[in-house]
Design a protein around this ligand. Structure first.
Ligand code: SF4
Length: 136
């Protein structure tokens, strides 16, 4: 699928899985293979000893704030060490820059440095909205 060799997929269900769950699974696979984007995509690291902010709470906040932005890819990385490389496919990146500090990326370019963590989600939303308005 990732190599472009697939046009679709067929999931077998003998009736004991709800149709909605089958559909959501199918769409999730198609989105992971970049064949059909049906929701916002999040690329996040699992967190480790280098994580510089509250990763789980932040992921939940970013998901809530961007859930309707179908097709948008947001990278959420705990630190600068591996973050930018691991989110290479993302449209925007939210990356730990220091203890409770965050830097924001547009694609691979850092566009805001060392924002206090408590303000960073709002800055991310403002950046996305400004870019969207610039395209209209
Ligand atoms: S991006 Fe940084 S914080 Fe996240 S898992 Fe990798 S090294 Fe750890």
């Amino acid at each position: 699928m990732m190599d472009g060799l697939t046009d679709g997929l067929w999931l077998m269900n003998n009736g004991d899985i709800a149709l909605e769950d089958v559909e959501q699974t199918a769409f999730a696979i198609l989105q992971a293979g970049r064949l059909r984007m049906v929701k916002t995509e999040y690329i996040s690291c699992p967190g480790c000893g280098r994580t510089l902010y509250d990763l789980r709470t932040t992921i939940a906040r970013i998901k809530e704030a961007t859930k309707g932005m179908t097709g948008l890819k947001v990278g959420i990385m705990g630190c600068i060490v591996n973050g930018p490389g691991e989110m290479a496919d993302a449209d925007y990146g939210y990356v730990g820059a220091g203890p409770n500090k965050v830097s924001l990326y547009r694609k691979q370019v850092c566009v805001e440095h060392n924002i206090p963590e408590e303000e960073a989600v709002e800055h991310l939303l403002a950046l996305i909205k400004a870019d969207q308005q610039g395209k209209q």
